[in-house]
Design a protein around this ligand. Structure first.
Ligand SMILES: Cc1cc2nc3c(=O)[nH]c(=O)nc-3n(C[C@H](O)[C@H](O)[C@H](O)COP(=O)(O)OP(=O)(O)OC[C@H]3O[C@@H](n4cnc5c(N)ncnc54)[C@H](O)[C@@H]3O)c2cc1C
Length: 481
C-alpha cells in the first residue's frame, strides 16, 4: 500500500527503498542535507539553533548529543528513520513526551526519533473512540476529549506523553473506575524494526497487540493509538493537603482501599513546597499532599471524599466539582529536575510503615524528597493478569520514593537514600511498574514482568525485533532459541 505524505509524495508502506538508504547513510555517517530531502518532517542537526532545546528531555542530568534529531511528519518518515538506523547500525532513541526517568529519549550519537510533531487527534464522540497520534501529551488529549465530556485515563501529569505512558500501562486518576490506560486501548499503528507499518488489535497481530500493552517501546514505534473514550464530564476532585502523621498516612491508605471504584487517589508525603495556598508555618515541614478524583455523581463524590477530610483538619482543601481536564493544571516550562527514584508494590501501608516513611523523609538531604502512594484495585484488578503484558494486576498499592536534587555529584547519596527507604518499606519486593523504572539494570526490568510474561515478551521480541534495534528502553532482549 502507498502512503500519502504531507508534501503529496507517495511511499511504500513497507518501508523505504534500501538503495535510497545506502545513499543517505554512507560509511562516513549521516548526510543531513540528504536526510532533509528524504523526509517530510524536521531534521535538527548539532549546528542548528534549536539543537540544544531539541535534545533536552524532561529530567535534567542527561547531557547527551545525538547525531541528529528527527521530528517525523508522518508514518512514512518514521519508517524511513527506523530502516536507516537498522541498515546503518545506528543507536535509535524513540521519544514521545520525553519523560523517561532513565533519559531513554536522548542518546549520545545516533538518531533521536521525536514524535512530538505527530499530534493529530480525531474524536468520534458518538462511537466513543479516539484516534490519537503518539506525539500528543496526556493534557492535550484530555482537553480535546473533555470538550465532548469524554475521557481516557492517563497519569497524574499533563505534560507526560501518551506514547511512553500507554506502552508501559498507564496508572492514573481513572484507574480504579476504568482500568489502566491500556485497558482502553483498542488498536495501534506501529512501525516495526523491518520498517513495516502494522495495524494491530485483538484480531490482527494479536501477539504484538498483547506485547505493546505493558511491554514499553521494545517492539517498534507506535505512531497512532485508538482508544475507547468514557463518559467523564464533571468530577469531584483536586488537592487535599493533610498533616503527615503516621495515623493520617495509614488511615488515608485504608480509606482509599475501602472507597468505591469511582475514587482514585495519589498521596504524596513530602516536604511542603513554597506554594501560595500553603500556610507559611508548614513551609519545609512534612505534609500529605493528595490528589483525589471521584469520577461520578457529585453528591456521591462528596460522600466518598468526606472520610479523607475527616482524617485531620485539612491544611488546604481544594477539592471541588470540576471539569475533568482541569485536573491537569498548566505546567512550568523549562523545569528539568534531576531525580532518583525507587518504585515498588506493597500489600498495605500500616502505621509502622508510615513511621518509616516519615523518618526517612526527615533524614533526606535532597532539595525535595517524596514518598508517593497510589492505591490500586477496582477495574484494573478485574482484568486477568495474562490478558496484557502488565501482569501486576492483583497488587493493591504502588509506592514511589523519589529525591530531587541540585547537583550531579549528589546522585549516589540520594540513590542510597531511595534504596534504603524502599528496602525498609518492602524488603524482598521485586515487583515494579515499568514506567517508574530508572536505569536500574536487567533484574529490575524483569521485576516489571512477573510469571510467564517475561518469556512471552522475549519470544514476541524475537519475532518482531530479532536484532534488538529498539534497545534504548527498559529492554527485553529477544529470546534465543
Ligand atoms: C512528572 C511525571 C509524572 C508521571 N506520572 C505518571 C503517572 O501518573 N502514571 C503513569 O503511568 N506514569 C507516570 N509517569 C511515568 C511515565 O509514564 C513514563 O515516564 C513514560 O515513559 C513517559 O512517556 P513519554 O512519552 O513522556 O516519555 P519518553 O521519554 O518520550 O518515552 C519513554 C520511552 O517510551 C518509549 N516510547 C515512547 N513513545 C513511543 C512510541 N511512540 N513508540 C514506541 N516507543 C515509545 C521509548 O522506549 C521511550 O524511551 C510520570 C513521569 C513523570 C516524569
Amino acid at each position: 500500500m502507498l502512503l500519502e505524505t504531507r508534501s503529496g509524495k507517495t511511499r511504500m508502506e513497507s518501508g523505504p527503498n534500501v538503495g535510497e538508504v545506502a545513499r543517505v547513510f554512507t560509511g562516513e555517517g549521516l548526510s543531513i542535507p540528504q536526510l532533509r530531502t528524504a523526509l517530510n518532517g524536521q531534521v535538527i542537526a548539532p549546528d542548528d539553533a534549536e539543537y540544544d532545546k531539541a535534545r533536552t528531555v524532561f529530567y535534567g542530568g542527561f547531557d547527551r548529543r545525538p547525531a541528529v534529531i528527527v521530528r517525523p511528519a508522518d508514518e512514512a518518515d518514521v519508517s524511513h528513520v527506523v530502516s536507516l538506523a537498522r541498515e546503518n547500525d545506528m543507536e535509535l532513541a524513540v521519544r514521545s513526551g520525553g519523560h523517561s526517568l532513565a533519559g531513554h529519549g536522548v542518546s549520545d550519537g545516533g538518531i533521536v526519533l521525536d514524535l512530538s510533531d505527530m499530534r493529530a487527534l480525531h474524536i468520534d464522540a458518538e462511537g466513543r473512540t479516539a484516534s490519537a497520534q503518539a506525539g500528543l501529551t496526556a493534557g492535550e488529549y484530555t482537553a480535546a476529549a473533555g470538550a465532548y465530556g469524554l475521557a481516557t485515563g492517563f497519569g497524574d501529569t499533563g505534560s507526560v506523553g501518551i506514547g511512553g505512558l500507554t506502552l508501559g500501562g498507564g496508572v492514573g486518576y481513572l484507574t480504579r473506575k476504568y482500568g489502566l490506560t491500556i485497558d482502553s486501548l483498542l488498536a495501534a499503528d506501529i512501525v516495526t524494526a523491518d520498517g513495516r507499518l502494522l495495524h494491530v488489535d485483538a484480531e490482527t497481530h494479536p501477539d504484538l497487540f498483547w506485547a505493546i500493552r505493558g511491554g514499553g517501546g521494545n517492539f517498534g514505534v507506535v505512531t497512532r493509538f485508538q482508544f475507547r473514550l468514557h463518559k467523564v464530564n464533571t468530577i469531584v476532585g483536586g488537592m487535599l493537603v493533610l498533616p503527615a502523621t503516621p495515623d493520617v498516612i495509614s488511615s488515608f491508605v485504608a480509606e482509599a482501599e475501602a472507597a468505591p471504584d469511582e475514587l482514585s487517589t495519589i498521596a504524596n508525603v513530602m516536604t511542603a513546597p513554597p506554594l501560595p495556598f500553603l500556610p507559611a508555618e508548614y513551609r519545609g515541614k512534612l505534609i500529605t499532599m493528595a490528589m483525589l478524583v471521584y469520577a461520578g455523581d457529585a453528591e456521591a463524590g462528596q460522600r466518598a471524599i468526606a472520610p479523607f477530610r475527616a482524617l485531620a483538619t485539612p491544611i488546604a482543601d481544594m477539592i471541588r466539582p470540576m471539569h475533568y481536564p482541569e485536573i491537569y493544571p498548566p505546567e512550568e516550562g523549562g523545569y528539568h529536575p534531576m531525580a532518583v527514584a525507587r518504585s515498588m508494590f506493597a500489600d498495605a501501608v500500616d502505621r509502622g510503615m508510615a513511621e518509616k516513611i516519615i523518618d526517612h523523609l526527615h533524614a533526606s538531604t535532597a532539595q525535595m524528597a517524596v514518598t508517593q502512594i497510589r492505591v490500586l484495585g477496582g477495574a484494573m484488578a478485574r482484568v486477568p493478569a495474562e490478558a496484557t503484558a502488565f501482569a501486576h494486576r492483583g497488587r493493591r498499592i504502588m509506592m514511589n520514593v523519589a529525591a530531587m536534587y541540585g547537583h550531579p555529584d549528589e546522585v549516589a547519596v540520594h540513590e542510597d537514600w531511595a534504596m534504603g527507604l524502599a528496602a525498609a518499606l518492602c524488603p524482598g519486593e521485586g515487583g515494579v511498574y515499568v514506567n517508574f523504572l530508572g536505569d536500574e539494570g536487567e533484574a529490575r526490568v524483569r521485576g516489571a514482568y512477573p510469571g510467564a510474561t517475561w518469556d512471552r515478551l522475549a519470544a514476541i521480541k524475537a519475532r518482531y525485533d530479532p536484532t534488538n534495534l529498539f534497545h534504548l528502553n527498559q529492554n527485553i532482549p529477544p529470546a534465543v532459541d
